[in-house]
Design a protein around this ligand. Structure first.
Ligand code: DGL
Length: 266
């Protein structure tokens, strides 16, 4: 049986990409809620309704576990989903814990990039209250980045100008880590590495999520040994072009097509 991955759009493909590398003998179903993307700028009640409907749609297919490859959907809906469904459901949250550890060791701060909704939600605020004892974590919502990503916009100059504007008010020498707390953001690691000072480390939750998934599948004896790394794509509005876009997005990540074609100048 396949492992399901779900996001509002192509963001979760950054997590799927880690899973494909990690599990050569598993098959995957990736589902994007194209009818309702983006989630991060909507009201939480509305997002919850969309997430519940999408998960119901996904589970019409047979999947043995479901990864909510979306920080926003996790923060709003994970508890309700787990109370309704029996299969293992793995969620995501901004990887602030490892970032705090790393930044503290450098005597620096942490900057968390995510959607508005993730940063406003109780789940995130509780997490930060629990782990940010020295108040070194600062949030920065980047809703436009989700739109750029959905448009497969990897225009180097446009993106670096966008990041520079967003980061204008920050003294970046004070920061040691940047957390990519939205699954749409890892596509922009190459341009971020160029824009940010070189000592800043980028941290995302993709690998950690796949490791948790792996532990859970082992515990529940759900690992396959006869899968072929096959990926099927599905989206809520059935748009054929979007199916192609999802494959392209995986290509972008696998072939690092989002790397600059020329040596960028500062
Ligand atoms: N990819 C999503 C996340 O990790 C949500 C983006 C959106 O739909 O706004 O938060």
């Amino acid at each position: 049986m396949r492992i399901g991955f779900f996001d509002s759009g192509i963001g979760g493909i950054s997590v799927l990409n880690e899973a494909v590398k990690h599990f050569p003998k598993e098959d995957f179903l990736y589902y994007a809620d194209t009818r309702n993307v983006p989630y991060g700028t909507k009201a939480k009640e509305e997002v919850n309704k969309h997430v519940q409907a999408a998960v119901e749609d996904i589970l019409k297919e047979e999947v043995k576990a479901l990864v909510i490859a979306c920080n926003t959907a996790t923060s709003i809906s994970i508890n309700e989903l787990r109370s309704i469904y029996d299969i293992p459901i793995i969620g995501m949250e901004p990887a602030a814990k490892p970032a705090i550890k790393l930044s503290s060791s450098m005597d620096k701060r942490v900057l968390v990039f995510a959607t508005d909704l993730t940063l406003k939600e109780l789940k995130y605020r509780k997490l930060i209250t629990r782990i940010d004892k020295d108040s070194i974590v600062d949030p920065l919502p980047l809703p436009e980045l989700v739109e750029f990503c959905e448009d497969l916009n990897f225009n180097w100059d446009e993106l670096s100008a966008y990041f520079r504007t967003k980061l204008e008010g920050f003294d970046l020498n004070q920061y040691g880590t940047v957390v990519l707390g939205c699954t749409h953001f890892p596509y922009y690691k190459p341009v971020l590495k160029e824009v940010l000072p070189s000592h800043i480390q980028l941290i995302d939750g993709g690998k950690g999520t796949v490791e948790r998934l792996s532990t859970l599948l082992k515990e529940k004896s759900l690992l396959s040994d006869n899968g072929t790394n096959n990926i099927s794509f599905k989206c809520s509005n059935g748009d054929r072009n979007y199916m192609l876009k999802m494959r392209n997005a995986l290509n972008v990540l696998q072939n690092e097509l989002n790397k600059p074609k020329r040596k960028p100048h500062k």
